[in-house]
Design a protein around this ligand. Structure first.
Ligand code: AMP
Ligand code: TRP
Length: 343
């Protein structure tokens, strides 16, 4: 732990594979915070069972290891950041219960992600889908997090987390303390990048690239081969036009330009200006190559790390022990203020 530094925390679900939306919108940005902040990054396996579908346990285990290996391959240094698996720190689920009792049906019903996913779920809506944002709030509040780097889609969950924190800070003030003194939780802020915060499906520029999208070619995964990446970009849906125009771009074209801008660290308009008047095909092929150059080395490194399970397990042990110690301290404080008897 780095005393005095602000806490940065974020996580990705180990459902299916990690895609370029997760990478560009989240993980890529985490790397830069490691020197200046006290960082915690983890794989949220408890979140990955909220769909209500039974996942093959072997697949879940593999994807969880893969998520951690990917973080390391992307540049998360276990010597600088606390790197762990959510279910290995039981305090996440424990605090989630307390937060559930301090949340309302109304505010959870307003979550757009819940509305979308529950509509698709049919008659059987898993209760976990409904309470999932509370578990996310628990992940964040357990470590007195100041900043949470996430994609645009998580903004509403962050707002909910702030509301819960403020409510509990008011309801559970320290005995004898003046109002607002020594609040129970730090109220966290989201950190949302300008570019890359919302990478869209390659098959529909109006929907977010998502792990759960069954459309073939919609997602580019970090472990796709160069060939697969090229094929997906060549087949990316744009519009009925043929060449890029300066005034207006369809959502599909905007997405390709945006992906380039994000990887190259350039302004959208700078990338656009290179393609004005050119055929869509150029943009597609160039984007594929830029993506291949960016994620090819990550893919290779991830595979290498995955081969050494002993080392991965060692990294995870160090991470969970550090996380548990911090989480236990905060949970004790919460339990004490509520009036639960501690040993
Ligand atoms: P998830 O895939 O839901 O576990 O998301 C993990 C992280 O990736 C979160 O910070 C999301 O906001 C971010 N993310 C997911 N999909 C996208 C996307 N299409 N574009 C940008 N960021 C994304
Ligand atoms: N809900 C996030 C997502 O699906 C993942 C997540 C869970 C998370 N807990 C978190 C992100 C805590 C940031 C902080 O993208």
């Amino acid at each position: 732990m780095n005393h005095g530094k602000k806490v940065v925390l974020s996580a990705v679900q180990p459902t299916n594979q990690i895609h370029i939306g997760n990478y560009l919108g989240a993980i890529k940005n985490w790397v830069q915070y490691q020197n200046d902040y006290d960082c915690l990054f983890f794989a949220v396996d408890l979140h990955s069972i909220t769909s209500g579908k039974v996942i093959d346990p072997k697949e879940l285990r593999e994807n969880t290891y893969r998520a951690i290996a990917t973080y390391v391959a992307c540049g998360i240094d276990p010597n600088k950041s606390t790197l762990f698996i959510q279910s290995q720190v039981p305090q996440h689920a424990e605090l989630a219960w307390v937060l559930t009792c301090n949340s309302s049906m109304g505010e959870l019903s307003r979550m757009t992600q819940y509305k979308d996913k529950s509509q698709k779920a049919g008659a059987h809506i898993p209760a976990g889908l409904f309470t999932y944002p509370v578990l996310m709030a628990s992940d964040i509040l357990l470590y007195n997090t100041h900043l949470v780097p996430v994609g645009e889609d998580q903004k509403q969950h962050l707002e909910l987390t702030r509301d819960i924190a403020e409510r509990m800070n008011y309801n559970y003030q320290l005995e004898g303390a003046k109002t607002g003194e020594k609040p129970l939780f730090v109220v966290p802020e989201p950190m949302i990048q300008k570019t890359g915060a919302r990478i869209m499906s390659l098959q529909d520029g109006d929907v977010k690239m998502s792990k759960s999208d069954p459309t073939a070619g919609a997602c580019v995964f970090l472990n796709d081969s160069d060939k697969e990446i090229e094929k997906k970009f060549k087949r990316a849906v744009t519009d009925s036009g043929t060449e890029v125009k300066a005034e207006e771009q369809s959502s599909g074209l905007r997405n390709l330009l945006q992906i380039q801008a994000c990887i190259l660290g350039e302004e959208y308009n700078a990338v656009l200006s290179r393609y004005v008047g050119k055929q869509y095909g150029y943009l597609k092929v160039d984007t594929a190559h830029i993506v291949i150059n960016a994620i090819g080395p990550i893919r290779e490194k991830t595979e290498e790390i995955l081969k050494d399970r002993t080392e991965l397990d060692r990294i995870l042990k160090v991470g969970r022990e550090a996380a548990r110690a911090r989480a236990e301290k905060q949970l004790n404080e919460v339990y004490k203020r509520i009036g639960f008897i501690r040993e």
